[in-house]
Design a binder for this molecule. Structure first.
Ligand code: ATP
Length: 383
């Protein structure tokens, strides 16, 4: 499938910011227990029409259970799930306007591609010609014209994924549920397929809810991400909000790489907070008036926000000295670890973009260096 540029469209898409916008799906105080484990705990979340929403979190945090409740495969113990204002309680999965694409694809091995896609349609009361037309439309949509007669074992992994997608879309669900949709594909194919799925979603104007434990995938694909922790939502927001303004330490550590520094609050002047850190003074810009002088806090700095220099930077704060401990060349960037000076010096990760091709690195193992960052780079961690 050809890749279209949807960047501008997606950037302006933010119905959740409009108080008058009506959600398509509402999870209202939903709880689901398995024995004594609350897989989903008093969770409230709205999804908007046309949104690509990712549920992100470590294994066992309740992502799949939340999605399965929307699909009708699990029943909430308490709370309600609404779709277009209708309470879904008691409606079986096949009568819900949702469809789920499973990670394993769950294709019928003995059936042709055509019959796999037609399967759900045959359970309705569509005529044969209408079914054939719909299957052909779906095959064209996923660029598999000419594959109708093949069996799943005659397809590549990527092609199987497309058949599963075509089958899930054939009955025209209002909300498509994707359980780790790219989990079985290799890295390169995964990246290509990400864009195809995003284009398809925008083209069809459908709401997608995707479960993933891969933060890069969620960041690249979703309009908004819910980061889940033990059955609850730790933060919901656009990828850049989650990354640049994580609500707490859990989110900051789960999404992206961070360095955490501890410090004692020295002074709070408007939004400027001064900390007495173990490796030097730290100054950050944060609109939190609730900090008390003498309080110990943690500050996160993303590796790409830190500069490394051989000379001392001119700025008076947010600079520390150390020694190059490790250099890992990762293609598009180099991850450098610096061991800060002092007893049990902390290891700090710094990401340096590889902008130009060069045979020699400007820094080398055991170099003595300065690390520095801007006042805006620090994220005050709560919780
Ligand atoms: P993964 O990424 O590994 O799929 P997940 O975030 O999707 O994880 P869930 O599958 O929703 O997590 O599981 C949440 C919790 O509920 C886990 O502790 C799991 O063991 C438990 N659980 C899920 N389904 C059942 C079940 N059918 N019976 C008993 N416990 C279950």
């Amino acid at each position: 499938m050809a890749r279209k540029s949807l960047g501008n469209i997606r950037r302006s898409f933010a119905p959740w910011a409009d108080p008058a916008a009506i959600p398509q799906v509402r999870f209202e105080s939903v709880t689901k227990r398995f024995d004594d484990i609350a897989a989903v705990s008093d969770l409230t979340l709205s999804l908007y029409p046309g949104e690509f929403h990712a549920l992100l979190g470590p294994s066992g945090c309740g992502k799949t259970t939340l999605m399965r409740m929307l699909a009708g495969f699990e029943t909430p113990d308490s709370g309600r799930i609404l779709l277009d204002g209708q309470d879904l309680a008691g409606i079986p999965p096949h009568l819900r306007p949702t469809n789920m694409m499973f990670q394993s694809y769950a294709l019928f091995p003995h059936m042709s591609v055509f019959d796999n896609i037609a399967f759900g349609l045959r359970q309705g009361n569509l005529k044969r010609e209408a079914i054939a037309a719909r299957v052909a439309e779906m095959l064209a949509l996923v660029k598999l014209e000419g594959f109708a007669g093949r069996r799943p074992d005659q397809l590549s992994g990527g092609q199987k994924q497309r058949v599963a997608l075509a089958r899930a879309l054939a009955r025209q669900p209002k909300v498509l549920l994707l359980d780790e949709p790219l989990g079985a594909l290799d890295k390169k194919l995964r990246e290509e397929t990400q864009y195809e799925l995003m284009d398809l979603q925008a083209e069809l104007g459908l709401t997608f809810l995707m479960v993933t434990h891969d933060q890069d995938e969620a960041m690249a694909m979703a309009d908004r991400i819910s980061v889940m922790e033990r059955g609850r939502i730790a933060q919901v927001g656009a990828p850049e909000e989650i990354y640049e303004m994580p609500a707490n330490r859990y989110v900051a550590e789960f999404v992206g790489d961070i360095n955490v520094f501890e410090g004692v609050v020295d002074e709070v002047k408007g939004e400027i907070i001064s900390l007495d850190g173990r490796h030097g003074p730290i100054i950050l810009d944060d609109p939190d008036p609730s900090l008390a002088i003498g309080q110990t806090v943690s500050v996160a700095i993303r590796p790409e926000k830190i500069s490394i220099t051989l000379e001392e930077p001119a700025q008076p704060t947010n600079k520390m000295t150390g020694e190059i401990w490790d250099i890992g060349y990762l293609g598009d960037f180099t991850m450098v670890q610096v061991k800060l000076d002092g007893e049990a010096g902390q290891l700090v990760r710094v990401a340096l973009p590889n902008r130009s091709r060069r045979a020699e690195r400007p820094i080398a193992w055991e170099d003595r260096v300065w690390l520095s960052w801007d006042v805006e780079a620090g994220i005050l961690l709560r919780g």
